[in-house]
Design a protein around this ligand. Structure first.
Ligand code: Z5A
Length: 213
């Protein structure tokens, strides 16, 4: 029986997921906990290869279903080799994106049928669902602006999904909010437009409230 705590960060581009996962990890470590920081796609050697393949646009011709299968394959390995063992050791696992991203990007925005998305999640994730999902929510415009400022003027830095049209990003935001509304037992929505420190405080409050560290 796993005794660790599994937290995922979800949201659109530039929402601050990486920043907040890092800040929460620092805070938990300062309280004496062992924390594993990981990300999707990625987290394993195979997952990082799949990440490079998809984000460079090389999997685009496979379509959203092909990409969903690739993300799920990476997730399956990630869960089996990295996340579950860490939870069994009693560690805290903080994951930058997880299965809600497949539901949003390949499902709601990409058009893959919900039943297929659910089947892939069942296969790749099984019972290893997060105890807490922090949804960092902010308007599409604001997120894309942050992401482009981070990338600088280098057009080649824009990855497979950042360059999609506005409608795509609006569909993502709506889907993430819908998932959060449908899964209140694990989801907390945080206004990501606030200053970094205010978001970090709201994240910490959610962790204390839900997981009692
Ligand atoms: N994807 C998928 O399609 N299906 C899947 O199943 C999975 C993923 C798992 C992964 O890219 C891509 O894969 C992603 C979805 C897709 N799409 N894209 N693009 P990624 O990991 O490279 O990118 P990302 O997940 O979208 O993260 P991001 O754009 O790097 O953003 P972020 O992690 O949410 O934000 P950040 O890096 O912490 O912050 C962005 C900038 O904003 C940075 O300069 C910060 O200093 C700044 N920032 C952060 N917080 C604030 C606040 N509060 N105020 C002001 N500025 C801030």
């Amino acid at each position: 029986m796993a005794s660790g705590k599994f937290i995922t960060f979800e949201g659109g581009e530039g929402a601050g997921k990486s920043t907040q996962a890092r800040l929460l990890a620092e805070r938990l470590r300062a309280s004496g906990y062992t924390v594993l920081e990981t990300r999707e796609p990625g987290g394993t050697k195979q997952g990082e290869k799949i990440r490079e393949f998809i984000l460079s646009g090389k999997a685009r011709d496979y379509g959203p279903l092909g990409e969903a299968v690739l993300f799920s394959s990476a997730r399956d390995t990630h869960v089996q080799e990295v996340i579950s063992p860490a939870l069994e050791r009693g560690d805290w696992v903080l994951c930058d994106r997880f299965s809600d991203s497949t539901a949003a990007y390949q499902g709601a925005a990409g058009g893959v049928k919900p039943a297929l998305i659910r089947s892939l999640e069942r296969i790749a994730v099984g019972n290893t669902m997060p105890a807490l999902t922090i949804l960092l929510d902010l308007p599409v415009e604001a997120g894309l602006k942050r992401a482009s400022q981070r990338n600088g003027a280098d057009e080649e830095e824009v990855d497979r999904f950042e360059g999609m049209e506005r409608r795509f990003h609006e569909a993502l935001r709506a889907c993430f909010l819908q998932i959060a509304a449908e899964t209140p037992e694990r989801s907390v929505v945080i206004d990501a437009q606030q200053a970094e420190s205010a978001v970090a405080e709201a994240v910490w409050e959610a962790v204390v409230d839900r997981l009692d560290p």
